[in-house]
Structures are given as structure tokens and as C-alpha cells.
Design a protein. Structure first.
Lengths: 378, 95
């Protein structure tokens, strides 16, 4: 079923695979990065297929396996999958809400060879956290899971997505991560794709709030030097140049959805006309080197001006293709975050919506993430 | 880089769980695998980290390297301290 392998020397091996084992999740965070149209349980890849995917990934040079979702613990075969990843030499990272992990299961995961746990928190306060996640008691469960991760000796990262309802505690979340025994903390301001895009009005903080929060977290690098590593993703609306999104399109990592579709990034399906291959039909190696969607924005032949003649084109690769698509209607355009983009005014318009946010006026209700009902159109 | 912290010569550096040295066959190089990070290691760093087993003290590691590579002990000690201080700041080595 696979075409003969044509290994291009120009394409470097992938370093990471993000496996969305399932889109099922007990939480309903309104900024979830999963697509608005979620994959149903029926049609999820089975255990043997996932094992083959990880074996193929390791063989082609992947180093890190990120087991994600949805909530990966919603898969009954999670321990078996972790063990397989470990056996084929992958560094295995579990990205979890913590809900669905008991103390016994944590020990099984540790014995299976799990290397790292990234635990999300929705806020540093229980009531607010449970409201944001749409799951009562979730916060308390996470506190237990953090304790068990420490007990089995696996390094812990705390991940906090920042938005209007918790931005006042952005700095507090760093302290809280230290209290939970984390070695790393990710403070990530919401990126407005997928569910977060639907909920933009309810999630967006004011510019003043953003600036205060960013300064607060940056100041903590000094306070906690050697104690916790802070990874800080600040909003890019005020930047002069775009970020090297994904470290370049199909240059470092690939995603696999619950139903087996291989994507260069989790928002890639928002770009019309791309042909994605499924791991049911193609090996990871075949997908990485030959899938049309992966080759669509490799190199620089696809670029248009101002990127084409730009001296920074191999530094930032023109920024994010999905953002270019969303804001300019053409994924080949420069990411309009760039001040050289002729569409930069679109970003200024978004930045201006921050200015209009009045932090004293209550935010709108969330459209909670759900598999069951069709999400309303924004 | 910032001033290397004063690490005691009696400290027994080791890689905590979740950190490992890996020889990567695909790329033909030594890597330090870390949570969400991969560090490419040069030959000196590999020799140092191979000896960070939680049993050998920093002083013993320097002695071993000086003997193995017939090199100046003081220079080796500077290298070892600089590497360990840098990795400890990233929470990648425990002292």
C-alpha cells in the first residue's frame, strides 16, 4: 500500500510526535486547542495501530513522544502505550489534565517507563479553576496527581493557559507550580485558534492586564532561578516580527489525530486544499517525507513577498501559515504579525480589540468544549 | 553565562529521573534528553555526564577526567563546574 521510500536528504528527521490518543476529555476548557469538530470515540486508532505508529516514529528518528488528547488517561490502554514507547526508545511525555489518573495508575505509568508529566491547571484557586474547566472537583484531583507524580519521582511540568478569568494570578501560578513540586512551568497566554477563537470575547484580557501579567512573570525568573524553569508564551500581537511557528513547517514535529490523520501542526486543517495522509494507509516515514501537506510549505519556494527576498526567511520561515490563512486568506502570505506584511493592519485591529476590553465588565459566558453537541458558529 | 554557583567538591552530581544521555543512531550524535528539550552534547560534555552517577563526587569526576585524558586538572575542573552549573540552573542535573 505504501509508495517506495524516497528519502530526501534535504528533509531532516522529525524530533517529536504529538499523539492525540483521543479527543474524549472530562474537562471542557473553552480555549482547547483541539479542533471544534472533535473526533468521536468510534474511529479512534486501536492499541496495535498506535504501537506501530510509535515504532515507525522511533525508526525514522523521533526522540520525544508527547501523549496528549483530549485526555490521554481516557484511553484504557494508556499504560500499554507508554510501555511500548519506552521499549522502542522514545522519551515519553504525558500531557494530562490529571483527571482519570489514580495513585495506582500513576505507579503503573512510572513502572512502564514514563519520563515526564505535564499537568494542566486552569487557575491557582479551586472555584475559579473548576468553573474554567467546566468540571467540579477537577482542581482537587490535580493536587493529588501532582503529589503522586512527585512520589514516583517523575519530573513535573505545570501548564497554565492564561486568559481573562485567571490573568490576575499569572504570577501566582508560578509560585503555585513551585509549591506543587514542578521543575518547569509553562505560562501560556491563550492563542486564539479553534475553541479559543469561538470564545475570544469571553477570554480576551485587556492590554493593561496583559502587560502587568507579562511583567510579573518575567520578574519571577530571577526570584526562582535554579528552582523552576519558566517557559513563557506571551501574546505576539505587539511583536515586530513573527515567531518561527513549529520551528518551521514540517521541520521538527508531526501530530497524529485520534482517527489517525497526520498533520504538520494542530491547526493545519484550517488551511483549505491540503492533502493529509492517514497512518492507517501510510508509514510515518512515508508521511514525513512524501505527504503533500507536509511538503506544502517546506523550503522557501512557496513564499511570496515580502518573505521571498527577506534576510530573515530562514529564521522565522514567514511565521505561522495558519495565522496567515486566518487573517489574510492565503497561507503563503507572510504571517501578518510581521510589520513588513501588507496585511499588518489586520493584527493591529486584533490588538485594538484588547484595548476595548473593559476588565470591570463581566465577560460573556463560555461555549464549553464538548464532543456531544454541535458548537455554535462564532 | 552567569557566575558559576559555588558547587561543593563533595557534591555527587547526577541526572534525575526524566533526564538521560542517549546516543542517537539517526543523527549520529550524543544527546541529553530532557522534558520538552533535547540538548546536543559535545565530546567533553558527554565524558562529564557519563560520570555523573550520583556516586562519584565532583572532585573524583575531575580526577578521573584528568587521568583519562592526561589533561590539566584545573582546566577540567573549570569545564566541569561550568557545565554542571548551567545544567543545574535548568533543573537538568541535581547536585
Amino acid at each position: 500500500m505504501n509508495a517506495p521510500q524516497k528519502v530526501s536528504e534535504a528533509i531532516a528527521a522529525p524530533v517529536g510526535i504529538l499523539a492525540e490518543l483521543t479527543h474524549r476529555c472530562p474537562l471542557a476548557c473553552p480555549y482547547c486547542s483541539n479542533p471544534v469538530e472533535l473526533d468521536a470515540r468510534e474511529g479512534e486508532l486501536d492499541t496495535e495501530t498506535w504501537k506501530r505508529v510509535f515504532s515507525e516514529a522511533a525508526a525514522v528518528g523521533v526522540l520525544h513522544a508527547h501523549l496528549s488528547g483530549g485526555e490521554p488517561a481516557s484511553r484504557r490502554d494508556l499504560v500499554e502505550i507508554v510501555k511500548h514507547c519506552h521499549d522502542v526508545g522514545l522519551y515519553t511525555n504525558l500531557i494530562t489534565s490529571g483527571v482519570g489518573i489514580s495513585e495506582a495508575r500513576m505507579r503503573e505509568l512510572a513502572d512502564a517507563g514514563l519520563d515526564h508529566v505535564q499537568l494542566s491547571i486552569q487557575d491557582a484557586e479551586a472555584e475559579s479553576a473548576d468553573r474554567i474547566g467546566g468540571y467540579k472537583g477537577g482542581f482537587a484531583r490535580k493536587m493529588d496527581v501532582a503529589k503522586w507524580v512527585n512520589e514516583v519521582g517523575i519530573p513535573l511540568t505545570i501548564n497554565a493557559v492564561i486568559h481573562r478569568a485567571n490573568i490576575a494570578r499569572a504570577g501566582r501560578m508560578v509560585e503555585f507550580a513551585v509549591e506543587l513540586g514542578a521543575r518547569r512551568v509553562e505560562i501560556a497566554h491563550t492563542q486564539y485558534y479553534a475553541w479559543a477563537y469561538l470564545n475570544r470575547k469571553a477570554l480576551m484580557p485587556s492590554r493593561e492586564q496583559v502587560e502587568k501579567a507579562v511583567a510579573e512573570v518575567e520578574a519571577m525568573r530571577k526570584t526562582y532561578a535554579g528552582k523552576i524553569v519558566i517557559d513563557h508564551v506571551a501574546p505576539d500581537y505587539y511583536a515586530r516580527y513573527p515567531k518561527a511557528c513549529m520551528g518551521g513547517w514540517a521541520k521538527r514535529t508531526l501530530n497524529v489525530t485520534p482517527h489517525g490523520k497526520a498533520l504538520p501542526c494542530h491547526a493545519a486543517e484550517t488551511i483549505p486544499g491540503l492533502e493529509f495522509w492517514n497512518v492507517r494507509d501510510h508509514s510515518i516515514s512515508d508521511i514525513w517525507f512524501n505527504a503533500p501537506a507536509f511538503n506544502a510549505f517546506r523550503g522557501d519556494d512557496w513564499m511570496v513577498e515580502p518573505c521571498r527576498s527577506c534576510p530573515r526567511k530562514h529564521q522565522d520561515y514567514g511565521g505561522c501559515r495558519c495565522q496567515a490563512m486566518a487573517l489574510t486568506g492565503d497561507p503563503r502570505n507572510a504571517d501578518p504579525i510581521c510589520h513588513l506584511s501588507p496585511h499588518h493592519d489586520k493584527v493591529a485591529a486584533i490588538a485594538a480589540t484588547f484595548e476595548e476590553v473593559d476588565a470591570n465588565v463581566p465577560a460573556a459566558d463560555y461555549v464549553y468544549r464538548t464532543l456531544k453537541t454541535q458548537a455554535p458558529v462564532a | 553565562m552567569s557566575e558559576p554557583a559555588a558547587i561543593s567538591s563533595d557534591s555527587k552530581p547526577h541526572l534525575p529521573r526524566g533526564m538521560h544521555l542517549k546516543h542517537d543512531a539517526t543523527r549520529g550524535e550524543w544527546l541529553l534528553m530532557a522534558p520538552e528539550r533535547v540538548l546536543k552534547l559535545n565530546a567533553v560534555a558527554v565524558e562529564i555526564l557519563k560520570r555523573c552517577d550520583g556516586k562519584a563526587t565532583l572532585g573524583e569526576i575531575v580526577d578521573q577526567l584528568a587521568a583519562a585524558f592526561a589533561a590539566d586538572r584545573e582546566r577540567i575542573e573549570t569545564d566541569v563546574r561550568a557545565l554542571l552549573a548551567e545544567l543545574a540552573a535548568k533543573r537538568m542535573v541535581d547536585l
